[in-house]
Design a protein around this ligand. Sequence first.
Ligand code: PBG
Length: 325
Amino acid sequence: MFLQRRNRILRQSPAIRSMVAETILTPNDFIVPLFIDEGQGVEQEIPSMPGYFRRSLDGTVKEVKELWSLGIRSILLFVKSKDELKDNTGKEAWNPDGLMQRSIKAIKNAVPEIVVMTDVALDPYSSYGHDGIVENGEIVNDPTVEALVKMSLSHAAAGADLVAPSDMMDGRIGAIRQGLEENGYTKTGIMAYSAKYASCFYGPFRDALDSAPGFGDKKTYQMDPANRLEAIKEALMDVEEGADIVMVKPGLPYLDIVREVKDSVHVPVSVYNISGEYAMIKAAAKMGWINEERAIIETLTSMKRAGADLIATYFAKDAVKLLNR
Ligand code: PBG
């Protein structure tokens, strides 16, 4: 048989495969989501996220030191608010002495160089478990945006490097940018969850923070999984309004969107490999149906190949250890 081209030549050994690999994962690709709880010495495994923990601030600071030493450069903070602090205004979200604000300060104090990103949305603070303020059964846009600006400013004041609005209200990126400018926070960035879909895969996360919506769903603000053009529109608008980084979320079922957003904007693109995606790999691996280590690397590689410059993932620490082997 005579063949002009033999594609298997470049696949024949590990050395040659590594020479021609187009996508290389590195520790600085990863953003590590952290769940923070009140108290001391608290380390609670999240039942639907085996191997992942919600920790009090002391343990979180220890974890952040370890992440930094592993080469991880950024974290994304979420807090679990106490039930008695929840109301419909979400005002605990901008309490200067709130758990989030204390956490930002403590972490920045312990590991000043790590890039601290913070989730901005009202759901952990809302008595309704919604990302915004509720009036007559509706999640109202403009009053919510005002609350999100206050929340963002309080994170900036505590020392957050980037605020990450995950709420999907209209106009919030522009309003937050304006708020930061007017208050002199000219070094605080915005990572916008631009194309965030109304996904069933957020379930385990809502367990972790006890933040499931008390009524209805999030379909009047998060995007319809059927839509593609809308994602591009959202990303372009967020860039115009002042986003430094745009995000697509979830990850695996939306890699087409990651690629298209990447080709449409001139800012870094991040993707969120979310809680349900983590849970699926963990569950299948536990059953012995897939190889967990290979599934982790293959998943994260596919996200970077799709165009993600950054990947928020609960697998970051595992991945770094695997990459260093
Ligand atoms: C809150 C928020 C959610 C996630 C990140 N920020 C849940 C939601 O929108 O209901 C999900 C993260 C994950 O599932 O890993 N606004």
